[in-house]
Design a protein around this ligand. Structure first.
Ligand code: AMP
Ligand code: MG
Length: 318
């Protein structure tokens, strides 16, 4: 099984359009992490995503659209959802809204739910791909189930074989951490289902206070306790490394060595998170001891991913 080919720029887009039309999978760059995309209208193509990732169960995928108009054809965005879309699209915000019966995105893409997760990604290559494709693309992160999300084209190419037609190379991901997921459903307060690449305070400045997940919310991956895991074990809130551990630092007080952000900036730390965990994994670290990251800015999302990566692995799903 050989690695899928990697194509940059417009070659990548042209090849991707042909592959998607054939019902095949393509890996695409976004500003968050690389996605594994299929024609959201085709249940066969969407099923290939679950198979390629080795997802043990059908869990809802984020449906990527070119713009707010395409989003409105797939889901019902009320005034609150439209305000969030206007403020943050294109960008790393996924809105969970009621699905439209006549939307193009198939039921399997939303795992049979009556709600749909929608996002207009900010990466220029993927926006051009969506515009030229003319329909929604279902795309979860392009990692095998339970593993670290990929932030470069090479990460994706190494992880998959010919079940992925090609990787469109759009450079390293800018945000490096997944989208924030907010549900905006009728007769329900807006809820932060997953902290992500837009901090809570920026979201709340537009929509007011966000509720947490409700009892009716699904247990989707990314919302499970063990997720986003490197092969190494993780020890959190470490102040120094113990024998056999490598320390992943944060901030100016950290000893020399790998550091998520030497200046203590959570946006920079988010961009470095998966890349650094992956590198320490490749170097064969047994345990990665991670220094505390404050909950400010993107720190809430970083700490969410670190807790899941440190959790016991039995229930790992992606
Ligand atoms: P990702 O791997 O970042 O694309 O993760 C996709 C995540 O989006 C899933 O794990 C869910 O947490 C979330 N999601 C997508 N659609 C829905 C939905 N209809 N309801 C709730 N969460 C959703
Ligand atoms: Mg994922």
């Amino acid at each position: 099984m050989s690695d899928p080919p990697v194509y940059p720029g417009s070659t990548g887009i042209n090849q991707a359009l042909a592959a998607l039309a054939d019902g095949r999978l393509v890996a695409i760059p976004t500003e968050t992490v690389y996605g594994l995309a299929a024609d959201a209208a085709s249940p066969d193509a969407v099923a290939r995503i679950y198979a390629a990732k080795g997802r043990p169960a059908f869990n809802p995928l984020i449906t990527h659209v070119a713009d707010a108009a395409m989003a409105a054809a797939e889901g019902r965005l009320d005034e609150r959802a439209r305000a969030l879309a206007k403020a943050f699209w294109p960008g790393p915000l996924t809105l969970v809204v009621p699905a439209r019966e006549r939307g193009k995105s198939c039921e399997l893409a939303r795992a049979g739910l009556e709600t749909i997760g929608l996002r207009v990604p900010g990466h220029p290559l993927t926006r051009e791909l969506l515009e030229r494709f003319g329909g929604p693309l279902a795309a979860p992160s392009a990692n095998p189930s339970g593993r670290l999300s990929p932030t470069t084209a090479a990460d994706v190419a190494q992880a998959f074989g010919d079940e992925v037609a090609l990787v469109v190379d759009g450079g390293p991901c800018e945000a490096g951490i997944e989208s924030a997921i907010v549900s905006v459903l009728p007769e329900d307060p807006p809820r932060l289902l997953r902290p992500g690449a837009i901090g809570r305070s920026a979201l709340e400045a537009v929509i007011g206070e966000l509720a947490g997940r409700g009892s009716a919310d699904i247990n989707a991956p990314g919302q499970l306790s063990s997720h986003y895991a490197p092969a190494a074990a993780l020890r959190l809130n470490a102040t120094a490394s113990r024998p056999g551990e490598v320390l992943l630092g944060f901030g100016p007080a950290a000893p020399p060595g790998p550091n998520l952000s030497p200046s203590g900036d959570t946006t920079e730390a988010a961009a470095n998170l998966y890349r650094m965990l992956r590198k320490l994994d490749e170097q064969g670290a047994g345990t990665i001891a991670v220094m505390p990251v404050p909950d400010e800015g993107l720190g809430e999302a970083i700490n969410d991913r670190l807790r899941r990566a440190a959790a016991p692995r039995e229930s790992a799903v992606s």
